[in-house]
Write a protein that binds this ligand. Structure first.
Ligand code: NAD
Length: 410
């Protein structure tokens, strides 16, 4: 199923429960603006390289649009579109004064030099600089991009509009980034899970975990959960997977990762086929790599009781139906991984106030936001007797619909 079809299906299910009109449904589904730009740069060997970049601005009823920029070979218009709409719902679930957007460039960053990546980032920024800005649309990092990419975007944007650090979030600390941003999505996952397990009478530290994708999101979630006493029994990345029923020693794993660039080959556990990590025996499965990884053909293999969605859109709607039948609880992406955009919001607030927060304040505020969102979500879930995913869409659509109606048609 295409990402937009899956998102539209989740949207429609919730819109039906809410009983919103067809007219409003159409307005909420349709993106505000979709931009596609050609980015031609000089490659290191002197040849021209042409890439395609996208920025989809989905909705701004609740405030400026917010969403990451992905550099990946599978980026296409449909994926960016779906991810932009997920950002609208995500910012609404955690009640940030933002709308949703997403961007991407179809490229393979691993095969490009730093100089090529910088030229590509600048070319893409040149293509979209007139539609982004601190009051309109604020990009951030996503897969294949990082703080350094954001620094290049801010610098290129400054050539047209003057230095405005609030144009992007996820920047280096030296350029107005926020303490706590790097770990924010992983930390948000911990707080989301903590709220849920407390609700059902458990503790984070009593459970076992398998994590697909040991990048920014997966590795921080694993580290913070392990700090709470949770047992990380398996992790994977694009190169391989490693398991240890007694718990992986993450300090040693991180040293191995630093030297080799991958979790594969780690001596503190047993290697296994990375494709089977979703079926590992554990209490909580954390998909934190790509979208669409859990689908109708493998959902019944999942042995975890809880799926904590670090990645965006890791679970297809058909898999949700299988989870519901098996009693597996999915804490959906638009709630669980909202820690990143929440701390991005804190960064933007700090930029606008020219005032830096200490990391403790960032983490405390993040926990407050995630716990409040969980309480809101739980109330909706009880009211409609539905899954957490449907509840998250109901909560978000209700908030965006109210803002849209209040603003009227002009
Ligand atoms: P990242 O590039 O830092 O890490 C991705 C990880 O996934 C890497 O370890 C990579 O090796 C691994 N991976 C790739 N293909 C894999 C495969 N087939 N099997 C197992 N592992 C594989 O990216 P990230 O920032 O950690 O983002 C991960 C996911 O989380 C994405 O879906 C992203 O959209 C989502 N997300 C990220 C943030 C954020 O703040 N970074 C916020 C919200 C959601």
């Amino acid at each position: 199923m295409k990402p937009t079809e899956a998102t539209t299906l989740n949207f429609s299910r919730a819109a039906k429960l809410l009983g919103i009109s067809d007219r409003l449904t159409k307005r909420l589904i349709t993106p505000k603006r979709e931009v596609k730009v050609e980015c031609t740069i000089a490659m290191d060997d002197g040849s021209p390289g042409t890439f395609v970049g996208y920025r989809v601005q989905h909705d701004n009823a609740r405030g400026p649009m917010k969403g990451g920029i992905r550099f990946h070979h599978e980026v296409d218009h449909d994926e960016v579109n779906a991810l932009a709409s997920l950002m609208t719902w995500k910012t609404a679930v955690v009640d940030l004064p933002y709308g949703g957007a997403k961007g991407g460039v179809t490229c393979d960053p691993a095969s490009m030099s730093d100089a090529e990546l910088q030229r590509l980032t600048r070319a893409f920024t040149e293509g979209i600089h007139d539609i982004v800005g601190p009051d309109s649309d604020i990009p951030a990092p996503d897969m294949g991009t990082n703080a350094r990419t954001m620094a290049w975007i801010a610098d290129e944007y400054a050539k047209f509009h003057g230095w405005q650090p609030g144009v992007v979030t996820g920047k280096p600390i030296e350029l107005g980034g926020s303490y706590g941003r790097e770990s924010a999505t992983g930390r948000g996952l911990l707080y989301a899970l903590e709220a849920y397990v407390e609700d059902v009478g458990q503790q984070v530290g009593d459970l076992t975990y398998a994590v697909q994708g040991y990048g920014n999101v997966g590795s921080w979630a694993a580290r913070l959960i392990a700090e709470r006493g949770g047992t990380i029994v398996a992790v994977s990345d694009v190169n391989g997977a490693v398991r240890n029923r007694a718990g992986l020693h993450l300090g040693l794993l991180d040293e191995h990762l630093k030297v080799t660039g991958t979790v594969a080959g780690f001596a503190g556990g047993e290697a296994f086929d990375k494709e089977t990590i979703l079926a590992e025996s554990c209490d909580v499965l954390v998909p934190a790599a790509l979208g669409g990884v859990i689908h109708r053909d493998n959902a019944s293999d999942v042995r975890a009781k809880v799926v904590l969605e670090g990645a965006n859109h890791p679970t297809e709607p058909e898999a949700d139906a299988i989870f519901e039948a098996k009693g597996i609880v999915a804490l959906p992406d638009i709630f669980a991984n909202a820690g990143g955009v929440t701390v991005s919001y804190f960064e933007w607030v700090q930029n606008r106030q020219h005032f830096r927060w200490e990391e403790d304040r960032v983490n405390t505020e993040l926990r407050r936001v995630m716990r409040k969102a969980y309480a809101d979500l739980r109330a909706v879930q009880r009211k409609h007797a539905c899954s957490f995913r449907t509840a998250a869409f109901v909560l978000a659509i209700e908030r965006v619909a109210q803002a849209t109606e209040l603003r009227g048609v002009g």
